[in-house]
Design a protein around this ligand. Sequence first.
Ligand SMILES: Nc1ncnc2c1ncn2[C@@H]1O[C@H](COP(=O)(O)OP(=O)(O)OP(=O)(O)O)[C@@H](O)[C@H]1O
Ligand SMILES: [Mg+2]
Length: 283
Amino acid sequence: MSERIRGQAHVIPRVVSVLQRGELGLTKSTRPRGSFMFLGPTGVGKTEITLTFTEFLFGADKLARFDMSEYQTQESLGVLLGARLGERGTLGMAYDKSPSGTLLFDEIEKAHPRVLDVFLQILDAARVTMASGDTLDFSNHYIVLTSNIGAAEILHVQHSTQATMERHVLTRAQQSLRPEIFARITEKLVFNRLTYDDQLEIARLLLANELKFLREKGHELVPTDAVLPFLVRRGYHPRLGARPMRDAVEKCIGDALADFLLLGKNAGGALDVNEPHGCLVIR
Ligand SMILES: Nc1ncnc2c1ncn2[C@@H]1O[C@H](COP(=O)(O)OP(=O)(O)OP(=O)(O)O)[C@@H](O)[C@H]1O
Ligand SMILES: [Mg+2]
């Protein structure tokens, strides 16, 4: 996690601690292996950290994601659990793919109260009964709930200690969620906004990963020193986290390579900045 996640050093040890207890079988067998609530602004690593530990523990395809903005109405309960006898629902289908792994529920504050009842059953008993009559056992799963509740303050308040900020966001989250759900989550963590330096580090990681990905596809690109500062200028955003940076890296390098390949060249080359055109080129 430390290799992949930047600027959230306070979060990693607390996630690790839950995972260690879960993996060593120290949690009750009637509960999920562990549960998390990740709070904080957009694009700061909440999904990325979930993906990182899930990949490490179970494999990349063992993360089942649910966007709770799609479960805002009473009818969405039927989508989740199946509406008629024999229907599996999205939760059942995720379970069928793998009886262990991670369930990630994004934007939980948007879920309909009846859907929140399902969370309560999962967190409390690790069991959910579907419309089909089958009961699913989630005791080999980690549960991650994410929300941007209170995040606006993290972005705007400049002079506040981390502890004050965390307390504030947790209070806001507790107010907008049902207290009994909040109480059953093993670890509630507030992610930081990413500083310029964090984003510079992330850009370095993203660039290295992109070059590795292209190398595996047979394209050997060697960046000049101008490439990283160019990408940071393109991708840095103080409020949207590292997502624009990821997009800038993929787009700028992808465009340069596409132009290069369409000219009929394919031997790889030096990746450089074309200042007049404001883009990257391969020479
Ligand atoms: N702390 C970080 N360290 C390294 N990379 C990061 C970090 N935060 C974000 N990224 C990069 O930005 C991308 C988007 O981040 P991520 O999906 O984790 O955002 P999020 O916090 O889940 O936001 P949202 O609340 O919108 O779901 C990731 O795929 C990753 O490439
Ligand atoms: Mg996310």
